[in-house]
Every structure is written in C-alpha cells, then in structure tokens.
Design a protein around this ligand. Sequence first.
Ligand code: URA
Length: 182
Amino acid sequence: MYNTWEELEEAIKGCRGCKLYTNRTNIVFGTGNREADLMFIGEGPGADEDRLGEPFVGKAGQLMNEAFLALGIDRKEVYIANIVKCRPPSNRNPEDDEASVCINYLRNQVILVKPKIIVLLGSVALKNILGKEYGITDTRGKWIEKKGIKYMPTFHPAALLRDDSKKIFFWKDLKEVKKAME
Ligand code: URA
C-alpha cells in the first residue's frame, strides 16, 4: 500500500510483476479527479491508451464520452482506471495471473480516491472486483453494495461497438448512476 499518488505511480512505472510489462509503451495509470465520488473501472489499455498513457481514449472511450456528455457526467470530475495497467497483446483479456498482481494497484487507487460509487465496465472488471461467480448479463443494472461502496456493473463500451442493442442498457445503467449521485 502506497500512501501517495506519486509513490504508487512510480511503483507501477517500474513494475515487472507480470509479462505484460514487456510489451508496454506506457503504463496507463488512471485519470480524472483523485477525490471523485464516482469511479469507473475498465479492463485494460488498448493500442491508443498504450500509446497515450491514458485510459479510454480510443473508440470505446469516445463512446463513453458521448454517454457522459448526454447524461451530464463530467469526465474530469470522475476517476477512471483499469484492472491492468499495461496493454494485453492483441487486446486479449488479461489473464488471471496478470490481473491478480495488478489489482493490488487498483485497490490502492480505490483506497486513495475513496469513491462512493464504482461503475464496473464489463465482465473482466466485474469478475475481478466482485467475484468470478458474477455474470455481466445477469448482474448489469443492479446495485451491489460491499464494504460501504455501491457497485454498478454494466456492459463494457467496446461491447456496444460490437452490438448496438446493448447501448440502451449502458445508457440506462449510467442514468441510474447519475440519479444516485444527485
Ligand atoms: N478498454 C478498457 O477496458 N480500458 C481502456 O482504457 C480502454 C479500452
């Protein structure tokens, strides 16, 4: 556990805790308001994120930004991070050994941010944070409270790019989050 953001970021920059460090251009640490009440957790960096060192700046991120704009969620006012900080090759899912090492950094981020609400974007975030027994299709849209934090699982924005019919659910879930924030 690191008590400062600077120490935590330095630790991740030097991390060789799994094989993903060998491919990274940049670590993707996290972005936004470090004192946010609302946090979003994705899966891991894609090519654009690896290049720019910021989460959700590619196509999936643009879709998320559109939803934010429409719903009145200010991207700068929330905190956004991923389960793994280095890009998995060919955008594959992070493997269990990779996620289990890296999630300690994310837990550290959650402790520092102290969010009231966390949106879990997709199955990888859901299973790694709340448990393997959860499935995204059944769980999305339902609040789950654990240790004083309210979790809202929803589809990953990349899933919306593949399947248009999921968009309405993503928007519905974020609307619910927005309502809870007010
Ligand atoms: N997908 C994710 O899960 N995270 C990102 O940062 C970008 C795409």
